[in-house]
Design a protein around this ligand. Structure first.
Ligand SMILES: O=C(O)CCC(=O)C(=O)O
Length: 245
């Protein structure tokens, strides 16, 4: 019998390639999710508050912290997730150091490319029309979630990366939402224009007591120019992030 691990669903692969986003349902159990939440909530002291909401936290490059490495392995070591990434990116994949944990963190429209003052590091790869289909972010929401909004097909469309204002969609009829259950996995092409929740969504006692958490990391093909460029540029951006107080 051919196992689920050997056989990525071709419809899900096609959705990721065509629209820029796809969901793998039910990859992790509720107990996996509960353990991941517990680990993050006991390590909030490692994370920064970079939003107005005092309950918001962010840790960029979380894979570097021994306490949190098991969470990165949860994303990288899962054969079923790997089977999709090799189908999407190439036979041999690796992560690039672009990993995040966010807790009650708002996120405006953007692409996950290097942006603002880091955009020049991409060279020709700043064009999504050239760079789509090569690097994918894997996101796991540690609760049911409908925060992710995106523009289908935007991973093939260039926008200027000088300001995230450029990512705000002019035609809101193009916007699609993604609803996920705790345990689902989201695959998103890093060239896709997307956003998370507004800041106001986290301004409640309920969110302070029971925060919305996501973990993510980005994969690309080994020996691929775009993989190497994003990794090198992200390392520079990450070293600046470390100095934000
Ligand atoms: O908060 C969300 O749902 C979206 C997260 C996001 O935009 C990102 O990880 O790049």
């Amino acid at each position: 019998m051919v196992s689920k691990i050997d056989m990525p669903d071709p419809n899900i692969v096609a959705t990721a390639k065509d629209s820029g986003v796809a969901v793998l349902p039910g990859v992790f159990s509720q107990s996996d999710i509960d353990s991941a939440r517990k680990l993050i909530l006991s390590n909030l002291h490692l994370m920064k508050n970079t939003r107005p909401n005092p309950c918001s936290r962010h840790l960029a490059g979380f894979h570097r912290y021994p306490e949190l490495e098991p969470l990165h392995c949860m994303l990288t070591g899962h054969k079923y997730i790997q089977s999709y990434l090799t189908r999407l990116c190439g036979d041999q994949v690796r992560t690039i150091g672009l990993s995040d944990i966010t807790v009650n963190r708002s996120q405006q429209w953007h692409k996950d490319l290097l942006r603002g003052k880091f955009r020049h590091l991409l060279g020709e790869h700043s064009k999504s029309s050239r760079s789509h289909g090569l690097l994918y972010k894997v996101i796991v929401y540690l609760q049911d979630s409908n925060s992710l909004l995106f523009i289908p097909g935007s991973h093939k469309q260039d926008i200027a990366l000088d300001s995230d204002e450029r990512a705000i969609p002019k035609d809101i009829s193009q916007v699609r939402g993604i609803s996920t259950r705790a345990g689902d996995v989201v695959l998103i092409d890093i060239c896709t224009t997307h956003r998370g929740s507004e800041e106001e969504a986290f301004m409640s006692d309920e969110k302070a007591a029971n925060p919305s958490i996501l973990i993510s990391t980005v994969f690309g093909a080994v020996d691929n120019e775009f993989t190497n460029i994003m990794e090198a540029g992200n390392a520079i951006r990450l070293s600046e992030w470390m100095h934000i107080s």
